[in-house]
Ligand binder design. Structure first.
Ligand code: AGP
Length: 364
């Protein structure tokens, strides 16, 4: 991959379209079929140390933070270690308790985001072990951390992150699998996740082949006054990232909420001019999510669902291929990158350089 536009009109479009290859790259050379695990050469912690981890705290900003939320869920699900993600920009200001049994992970595309770097430096000062999940090799965060996983997304030029977000989520799946297999994840589950990881590049290519359909939908939603993005548990970080993407590149106001929180306030916003995008995978929460669609419809809200099968209550559904439930969030967000892109295009926005934003925020 290079800095050439390769025939695309924008870097955003180019980078969205590169995702099958990018995911292939983050997987390459790391899978160990014999032991149903992965090798992460630069991690810097051995199996005994991995077993001693009592908690994982993931820190990043913006899209990196959202990828970290997906990562925290993967680590909880596959390695059964309590894990959560927090904006690095908040963490660094709150004099957090630094716990020696917690593994801290800083996430960053550029590796230069000042808030994330400052959080790493503060953690190191207090004796914490900090790993990096970083794209740019040799960047400040890569240098300051004790080890980590490179994301191998290749150069990301557009201010709005797409392929790096996806690759970061895959890198977390690898880390979670690695941690799980030295703790109590079974061989069978290890194999199941590896098979799912291997399916990702082709499934991403399949989603991207549906671009024309998504372009039409974007035309229908681009003039919304505001949009709600909702998802439950695995779907919630997907909703947050999709909402950020739409805001950044199209300037359409959007909010993301856990689907379960709608009835605690945001339902008041639902009306025909405020459509909802609902993340509705075929997992154990499908019926709960369908109930959310009914709640929105009952308030005359238009619904665009993203899931594994058409939803009757929704006005439109984008169907994505099914993977393993733990890995589904990696795929569910990809059509919504295209939705944001085409909405921005329809509105004539400066896609690669949205107003008021910089690719990496290296100042306080
Ligand atoms: C992504 O679309 C954003 N432009 C932004 O939120 C970005 O993810 C954030 O500033 C963090 O950047 P980093 O990954 O380089 O640390």
């Amino acid at each position: 991959e290079s800095y050439d536009m390769d025939g695309h009109d924008t870097y955003m479009h180019k980078e969205i379209c590169e995702q099958a290859d990018a995911v292939d790259r983050v997987l390459r050379g790391r899978i160990d079929d014999r032991f149903a695990t992965v090798h992460l050469g630069g991690l810097g912690i051995d199996a005994r140390e991995a077993r001693a981890v009592r908690r994982v705290k993931i820190l990043g900003c913006g899209s990196a933070y959202h990828a970290g939320q997906i990562g925290a869920q993967l680590i909880e699900e596959l390695a059964r270690i309590p894990a959560d993600a927090e904006p690095a920009s908040e963490f660094r200001y709150r004099n957090a308790v630094v716990d020696p049994d917690t593994l801290y992970i800083a996430v960053s595309q550029s590796g230069e985001t000042y808030d994330t770097l400052a959080a790493v430096q503060e953690l190191k000062r207090k004796g914490a072990r900090v790993l990096g999940v970083v794209n740019v090799v040799g960047s400040a965060i890569a240098r300051e951390t004790d080890g980590g996983v490179y994301v191998h997304a290749g150069p990301e030029v557009c201010v709005v992150s797409t392929k790096c977000f996806t690759n970061t989520a895959v890198a977390f799946a690898l880390l979670a699998l690695h941690l799980g297999r030295v703790r109590d994840l079974s061989v069978a589950d290890g194999k199941r996740i590896i098979a799912g990881l291997r399916r990702l590049p082709e499934q991403i290519a399949e989603i991207l082949r549906g671009e024309e359909e998504i372009e039409k939908l974007a035309g229908a939603y681009a003039n919304a006054r505001s949009m709600m993005f909702v998802g439950r548990v695995r779907g919630y970080p997907v909703a947050r990232e999709a909402s950020l993407k739409l805001k950044e590149v199209s300037y359409v106001h959007a909010e993301a909420y856990p689907a379960s929180e709608l009835k605690h306030g945001p339902l008041a916003l639902i009306e025909p001019e405020v459509p909802s995008v609902a993340i509705v995978p075929d997992d154990e929460l499908l019926e709960k999510n369908r109930a959310t669609l009914e709640e929105i419809k009952a308030r005359s809200g238009r619904i665009l669902a993203v899931g594994h099968q058409p939803q009757d209550v929704a006005d439109h559904t984008i169907v994505v291929p099914r993977n393993e439930p733990e890995l589904d969030p990696i795929l569910l967000g990809i059509p919504l990158q295209l939705l944001a892109y085409h909405a921005a295009l329809a509105l004539g926005r400066d896609i690669d350089k949205p107003r008021n934003l910089a690719k990496s925020v290296t100042v306080e």
